[in-house]
Ligand binder design. Sequence first.
Ligand code: ZN
Length: 401
Amino acid sequence: MTKEEVLQSLAIETDSKLIMTVIDGIGGLPVRGKTELEAAKIPNLDRLASKSICGLIDPISYGITPGSGPSHLALFGYDPFRFEIGRGVMEALGIGLKLTEEDLTARGNFATIDENGIIVDRRAGRISTEKNQEICQFLQNEIREVDGIRVSIYPGKEHRFVIVFQGEGLKDNLIDADPQKDGKKAKGTESLTAEAQRTAEIVNAYLKKATEALKLFHPANTILLRGFSKIPNIPSMFERFKLKPAAIATYPMYRGLARLVGMDVLETGETLRDEVETLKNNFNRYDFFYIHFKKTDSAGEDGDFKKKVKAIEEIDRILPSILKLKPDVLVVTGDHSTPAVLKSHSWHPNPILLYSKYTRPDGIRRFTERQCQKGQLGRFPAMEIIPLMLANGLKLKKFGA
Ligand code: ZN
C-alpha cells in the first residue's frame, strides 16, 4: 500500500472539530533585523504558540516557490506533484467559474495580426477592460458552439480572458495556440496524443471563426490561447480522510480550490470578522474548516512591510473569537511566504502551530519563523499537516496489529 492508501484506510469519522487557519503569505524576511511576524504585536498568537507544538512547513519541497494552487493542495493533504492544476483552470477558478469534468479551459489574449497572419502585438495594444468586455460579448453572441461543443468566453483585465469549451470527450493534452512572441505567425494548437486530436480540431475551428469574426475589431483582431487544462481528477477530502469539510474564503480562487477537493464553500462577507462569524454559524455542521485570510499576501506582494505587519496584527485580534469555539485541533500557518522584501511568493518555509489537548507543548513563546523553527515539529512538508490534525482529533485508527 502507498502512504496515501494507508491513511485512507485508517481515517474514521468522529465528532471532533478541526480548524485550519491559513494566513496567506505569512512567512517573511527580515528588514532591520525583524521579519513581519517578528515586528508584529501578536499577543494572542504568541500565547497560543506557548500552548501548542510548533515547527516550520515547506509548502512543496526545498527551494520551490509555489503558486496558490499547489500550495493549497498540499495544505489540504494532497501531493502537489501528483495533482496538477493547469493555468487555464486556475484562471477560471480565479474568476469564480464552477468547472465540471467536461470543461476544457484556457487563458486567452486578444492580439493583433497583420494581413499575413503575423502577430504584431500579442496584447492588442492593451485594450481597455471595457473594450475587452464588449468584444467578449460580441464573440459570445457570434460563436456559441463548434461541432456540438459549447464555447464560453469570460473577459478579464485589459486584453485577457478565459475560455471554456464544454462537451463530452474533450482532452487537455494540447500545446499552446500562441507562439509566445511578436513577429511570428499566429498558429493553432496541436494535440500531443491521438485521443486529443478531435479536441485540437475543435479549438482550431474556433480560432478560425473567432479571427474571422474579429476582423472589424483591430487591434484586437485575433486571439491566442494557452494553458489548456481540465480539472484534475482529485478524490474528495471525504474519500481520502473521512472529513466533512467547509471552506471560508473571500477570493474566488481559494473558494474554487476548496471546491476541487470536495469542500462545501460557505457564503461569507469581506472582512475577517465576517469570516469568523461564518465559522461560528456553521461550526455544528462540519468537522473540518479551512479559513483563509488574504490581506497578508497582498501586502507582501505590494512590498509593503508595515501593511503586512498590520494585517498580521488584525488577524491576531480576531483569534480569540476562533478559540472561543473550542476546536479540538487548531492549526495556524500559511500557504507560502510572501516577504515584503521580495514583493512575491517565495520558497521559504512557514511557521506553523498546532494546538490540541493531546500535545506536549514545547514552550515556544513567539509565533515567528525563528522561534517556531525550535519547536518539536521541526521542518516538514505541508502535506503532512492533515495527517497530524487527524491524529490529534483522534480520527486515525492504529496502523497494523
Ligand atoms: Zn497564497
